[in-house]
Design a binder for this molecule. Structure first.
Ligand SMILES: Cc1ncc(C[n+]2csc(CCOP(=O)(O)OP(=O)(O)O)c2C)c(N)n1
Length: 301
């Protein structure tokens, strides 16, 4: 069946984000996929300030602000209260940054998913704590410079690998897990549509490039996001109940090309880039083997 992007906009102009903010497009596309019967919960993050102050608000749907660590708990409660009110047709969406997901909110997220609530958790992944000034998170990739991993003479860039929260969600039995990015809106919105068909917890990780923290020109956000997919740095996949479908890059590029446009990687030498390329190749091979073999996990329920 032909797929078309819904015309209705649930995000209005006038937000307070930086120029070129990938996270604003992520929210816009997520809401297009969700529709107006949606309640969003946002923890401390860029998106806590992006909608602006009352009475000026960017979003046409209700939004609940939560403490940094609490998104999973709050969406569990929202689901329960809407169901009691007979509003089970409303989508409950947690929309949190990578710091609020991979680090401080992980226990709350994991608990909500384990309890099996019928909720969506969207991790918008700009790969650092951007709202407070580009500090490293568990989701910052190996090699990146941040304000807490300043390169200097010691080459003190981030030495740990990116924590892949989507894999953690699969491992704990979440029935729907996908990755998406703002360069491919049809893919993103289609995945929201597929997730809506599943009753239970759903987790989608959206790469949302950040010109302010990745140090590239703001007009390049969509291009950088596309390069992340085409280089294999951020593979797109959709996992439903044991089966995973991986999108093979249509016009593959090298890791070198991806990192060369972002100043957060400017210090990397040939060895570092080769190390990242090897990791990317191995990860893609792993995902493709999972696509072939299927993934066995104990179902959550
Ligand atoms: C318990 C607690 N610790 C620290 C903060 C300060 N704080 C507010 S937003 C933020 C960064 C959020 O980073 P992330 O979740 O990655 O979202 P982003 O800002 O990148 O959108 C931090 C550290 C806070 N609000 N609450």
């Amino acid at each position: 069946m032909p797929f078309s992007i819904p015309e209705e906009e649930l995000m209005e102009p006038g937000h307070t984000a930086c120029h070129g903010c990938g996270a604003t497009l992520a929210m816009r596309y997520v809401l297009k996929g969700m529709g107006e019967k949606t309640v969003v919960s946002v923890p401390a993050a860029c998106w806590a300030v992006i909608p602006g102050a009352m009475p000026n608000r960017t979003l046409k749907v209700p939004m609940v602000y939560t403490p940094f660590a609490a998104t999973g708990a709050v969406i569990s409660g929202l689901r329960g209260s809407l169901d009691i009110q007979g509003k089970s047709d409303y989508n409950v969406v947690g929309f949190a940054g990578d710091g609020g997901t991979a680090d401080i909110g992980l226990q709350s997220l994991s608990g909500a998913m384990e309890r099996g609530h019928n909720v969506f958790y969207i991790m918008y992944d700009n790969e650092a704590y951007m709202n407070t000034g580009v500090q490293r998170s568990g989701s910052t990739p190996f090699g990146a410079e941040t304000t807490t991993t300043p390169v200097g003479k010691e080459r003190n860039f981030k030495k740990q690998q990116k924590k892949i929260v989507a894999d953690l969600m699969i491992a704990q039995g979440v029935p729907y897990v996908a990755t998406a990015t703002i360069a491919y809106p049809e893919d993103l919105i289609r995945k929201i549509g597929n997730a809506k068909k599943i009753s239970g917890p759903k987790f989608i990780q959206i790469l949302a490039p950040c010109p302010t923290g990745w140090y590239y020109p703001p007009e390049k956000s969509v291009e950088v996001s596309r390069q992340a997919v085409q280089s294999g740095i951020f593979p797109l996949f959709e996992y439903i109940n044991g089966s995973i479908k991986v999108t093979k890059p249509s016009k593959p590029i090298s890791v070198r090309e991806y990192v060369s446009g972002q100043k957060r990687f400017a210090h990397l030498d040939d060895n570092d880039i080769e190390k990242i390329q090897n990791t990317v190749n191995k990860r893609m091979r792993y995902l493709l083997s999972m696509e072939k073999e299927g993934i066995f996990v104990l179902p959550a329920q």
